[in-house]
Design a protein around this ligand. Structure first.
Ligand SMILES: *Cc1c(COP(=O)(O)O)cnc(C)c1O
Length: 380
């Protein structure tokens, strides 16, 4: 996995061992969460173990952060109580008057932060088609300090060229941040392509079981910007609970195997859907007909486990298909072991640009035959 270090441990090994050791005091093989909010000083007033108070740092969170940094080949990582808290910390490390370029297809919550929360504080942004490098170049301003990339994007599965965008950002004196939630480090490692920061909603694949909320930022370098992010985070109190950190690291151990199996299922589901008369178009980077299939082959290892498709006849027909599934659950979110289907425009609200005939699918770990069987009867 590590292209530059052929002898470095591979992702599967890191997912299990990075930030994890047998407990020296008890011999416990499985780690326990350190729930304490406060840590004892020695007689001389020092903190022999380095921890003071859990908002500023906690051993269970530190172990998770070590693991996250290793998975993304970063210099450092910091964990958040949600993906939204992670993206907010990046934006709040910028200054009023700074300008952010954001993609025209992206997680609606991140766009809402830029539009509804940060504009009032003087952070400027514009929306651009990130799959069009000329459009990105034209949208750069002297005040542009950040290019926010989401690839594959939510919910249209558009791809953006991370290496080219990082280069454009650096040429303009800006940073390139990649929301890597959909691809995960198993399928895509943005830092090795030149990105400065990776963001995750760990609520999704890293958590993997739809039972915890979390976020993360991983930095290529521990630079002054990352120090500002951390400073904002700990002072604002946007830190995850130790128990959630423990739960997350427990899930990460199986991440490579879950993601690969889910992506293999998604490839089969996408191929099935592409053949159906009632389906107008399938958005999945693993299909040869995807507009960025060649970029996917270069930048990703497989098409991922998320896809969306548009149903002929419009909104009502799409809702009828989602009403007819039995094995898929109609629910928002993604990345869990169970397959979910969602009429995306309904949850995105009045600003949504998502086609009304679109259903988004998070493909889980059930057998692909069963998933395809369910979609066949729902489309039938
Ligand atoms: C869910 C999600 C987020 C937001 O994360 P939360 O953990 O829900 O706050 C950001 N980006 C993407 C791509 C997501 O899917």
């Amino acid at each position: 996995m590590s292209k530059d270090k052929p002898n470095a441990p591979k992702l599967e090994t890191l997912a299990i061992h990075a930030g994890r050791a047998v407990d020296g005091s008890s011999g416990a093989v499985a780690p326990s969460p350190v729930l304490s909010t406060t840590f004892a000083r020695a007689g001389d007033g020092s903190y022999p173990q380095g921890h003071i108070y859990t908002r500023s740092g906690n051993p269970t969170r530190a172990a998770l952060e070590q693991c996250l940094a290793a998975l993304e080949q970063g210099a450092a990582a910091t964990a958040f109580p949600s993906g939204s808290a992670a993206s907010m910390a990046v934006f709040q490390a910028l200054a009023p008057g700074d300008h952010v370029l954001a993609p025209d297809d992206m997680y609606h919550g991140t766009r809402t932060q830029l539009r509804d929360l940060l504009q009032r504080w003087g952070l400027l942004h514009s929306i651009v088609d990130m799959s069009d490098l000329d459009a990105v170049r034209a949208a750069l301003r002297p005040q542009t300090r950040l290019i926010w990339v989401e690839t594959p994007s939510n919910p249209l599965l558009k791809l953006s060229d991370i290496a080219a965008l990082a280069q454009l950002a650096h040429g303009a004196g800006a940073r390139c941040v990649v929301d890597n939630t959909f691809a995960t480090p198993v399928l895509q490692q943005p830092l090795s392509l030149g990105a400065d920061l990776v963001m995750h909603s760990t609520t999704k694949y890293l958590g993997g079981h739809s039972d915890l909320l979390g976020g993360a930022l991983i930095a290529r370098e521990e630079d002054e910007f990352f120090a500002r992010v951390r400073d904002f985070q700990t002072k604002a109190g946007a830190v995850p609970a130790p128990f959630d950190c423990w739960l997350l690291q427990r899930s990460i151990a199986t991440l490579p195997y879950r993601v690969r199996a889910q992506a293999a299922n998604a490839q089969r589901v996408a191929e099935f859907l592409a053949d159906q008369a009632r389906v107008a178009v399938v958005h999945y980077p693993g299909l040869p007909g995807h507009p960025a299939h060649a970029l996917a082959a270069r930048q990703m290892r497989g098409g991922g486990a998320m896809l969306s498709f548009q149903v002929r006849g419009g909104r009502d027909e799409a809702l009828a298909v989602s009403a007819a599934v039995k094995l898929f659950t109609r629910a928002t979110s993604l990345g869990g072991v169970e397959s979910l289907i969602e009429h995306r425009a309904s949850v995105e609200g009045p600003y949504s640009t998502t086609p009304q005939d679109l259903l988004r699918v998070s493909v889980g770990l059930e057998h692909a035959d069963d998933l395809i069987g369910d979609l066949r009867q729902a489309l039938g």
